[in-house]
Design a protein around this ligand. Structure first.
Ligand code: C2E
Ligand code: CA
Ligand code: CA
Ligand code: CA
Length: 279
């Protein structure tokens, strides 16, 4: 887990050093990337902290750039948002993830419920057509909509409160689940959680990183308690150490993700994890 953490830091620093020239180049390449099969999804297990069962996956996009190799989202999601290409990119991610979910669900025993989380950019949420896109994806792949979760980063909702609220409500009416991603880092988190139709709070990993021995921090404890009072599930991100896991379990956090369980992996590796986990 340490090794992988280090790799991630290096990827991140690389992303920070993308020069203006490189950004221009990536901008020009991105449109082609979406249509010519250069995007790939990795899947990170979402685990029930109480039972240890894998209950789902989060789909995380990668770009296999013909010259630069595999790029992490930090290197291109910002560019995709600036150019508006995020709408096309996000549409590809949605369809790919739904198709993969259906494939897995058909292979698993019927009682092994499996869900899929997809990250939605606020730029996608701005499009009225997003509601139809999600409905189409659910229909096309014959999904039970409750097995699809849309993750929205609450820090970016701020400017668009009214539109976003009604859009999220329309999405929720399709029967999908809505998660507030990176919860706790935005300055108006508490207002959102009261105002928006939310099913899951995804506690930002900076809070989990604050657990040193197996004691939860007061803020983490308060967030999980808040989730309980609001009747929404809480998912903790970035669980890297067993003491973080036991602290989160102890305060009744429902779900977790992190390198302690698994980093994001390719589809076939995810399926192997899933089969071993079912034994
Ligand atoms: P996120 O939604 O908060 O996703 C979690 C990120 O944390 C992932 O990075 C994951 O690899 C990383 N992570 C997971 N477990 C651990 C851990 O134990 N420790 C640490 N330090 N990190 C962990 P990734 O895959 O690089 O994605 C970064 C961000 O890019 C995502 O953050 C999300 O905001 C965005 N993103 C990824 N895929 C998509 C997509 O399809 N659409 C959109 N709009 N954004 C995406
Ligand atoms: Ca996410
Ligand atoms: Ca997150
Ligand atoms: Ca994030």
């Amino acid at each position: 887990a340490k090794e992988r953490g280090k790799d991630r830091v290096e990827l991140f620093e690389e992303a920070m050093h993308v020069s203006a020239f490189e950004r221009l180049e990536l901008k020009a390449d991105l449109a082609r990337a979406i249509t010519s099969g250069q995007l790939a999804l990795m899947y990170q297990p979402v685990v029930s902290l109480q039972t240890g069962r894998i209950t789902g996956a989060e789909a995380l996009v990668r770009w296999d750039h013909p010259r630069r190799g595999r790029l992490a989202p930090d290197a291109f999601i910002g560019i995709a948002e600036e150019t508006g290409l995020i709408v096309q990119l996000g549409q590809w991610v949605l369809e790919e993830a739904c198709q993969q979910l259906r494939t897995w669900q058909l292979t698993l025993p019927p009682d092994a419920a499996l869900s899929m989380s997809v990250n939605l950019s606020v730029r996608q949420l701005e499009q009225a057509s997003i509601v139809q896109s999600v409905r189409d994806a659910v229909d096309q792949f014959g999904l039970d909509p409750s097995t699809l979760t849309l993750e929205i980063t609450e820090t970016v909702i701020i400017d668009h409160m009214e539109t976003d609220r009604s859009r999220l409500t329309a999405l929720k009416e399709l029967g999908v689940q809505i998660a507030l991603d990176d919860f706790g880092v935005g300055y108006s988190s508490l207002r959102y959680v009261d105002d928006l139709p939310v099913d899951i709070l995804k506690v930002d990993r900076s809070f989990v990183g604050g657990i040193t021995d197996d004691q939860p921090t007061p803020v983490l404890e308060a967030i999980v308690a808040l989730g309980g009072r609001l009747g929404v599930h809480t998912t903790a991100e970035g669980i890297e150490h067993p003491n973080q896991l036991s602290a989160l379990k102890g305060i009744g956090c429902d779900l977790g993700q992190g390198y302690w369980f698994s980093p994001p992996v390719a589809a076939d590796a995810f399926f192997e994890l899933l089969m071993r986990n079912l034994e």
